[in-house]
Design a protein. Sequence first.
Length: 326
Amino acid sequence: MKFLIGFLLYFLSFFIFAQEKTLTIYTTETFASQWGPGTKIKNIFEKKYKCKINYQIFPNSISIINRLKLEKSNTKANIILGIDQTLIHEAEQTNLFGKNKIKLSDLNLPVQWKDTYFIPYDYGYFAFIYNNKKLKNPPQSLSQLINDKNISVVYEDPRMDTAGTGFMLWMKAVYGKDASKMWKKLSTHTLTVTNNWTQAFNLFRKGEADMVLSYTTDPAYSLIEEQNNSFSAASFSEGHYMQIQVAGYIKENNSKLTQNFMSFILSKGFQNEMPTGSWMYPVIKTKLPKEFDSLIRPKKSLLFSPVEVFQNKEKWQSEWENSVSN
């Protein structure tokens, strides 16, 4: 009997230790896929802390939030990584997240970071990409793009895709109550609205549209991965809407290993993987690939607060839908 009790205690302690040395991270396909930064990040952290990272992979960031709403306090996640600032307030409404404990003095963002629960790990700007070998005089403003019926565009659905949501917020930030009128104008020379970024970019690559909604950093990918200098991002005088991707931890599943990873996010070991892993900008000062030197850097950063997005997103989505369908 004593032997059995001893064996059970040993097994239990081993199980608890194994749990403590495993970090479960809910993240997106974009981050954890073979072309994303997730594998390198995993290998670096596991080697440093002699632990195991378990990625639970979701098709997109809204899927992560929906899973948390279902699981509530029963979630096995230690960390959520891959939602952006548009979903922060909705995530915080679950009451699952702990307040950030990491010093943010090294942050190097174009805007001030104010959230008390989530920390940023990369950022970028939405932009319209064009083939500079074909389109010699790209629009220099959002207004020019909307009003030039000779330029065909393709973009992603604001109800289904992160980039599409970003474009909706961009239009609203620039035009406010006149956004509906501008959506109608743009719809007259919109090739189609796709379910996701991949569909939109593939149509653009095939030459079916002159411009596609994507990111200012896209040309760097083409230069580095494809040795292709044909793609450029149009710089718009009104400014460009930002996307800031963030991470947060589940307070009920917090541990020393959890906080080690949160700190790791703002280290060079993590941040150095962002430019050519996420194809976004790092949030601390670090050396960028030389190909980033040729990218446009918006002079004006546009951004709604997470609360504003939470309160208005469904209304603005309906406004878009009604505008383009009539």
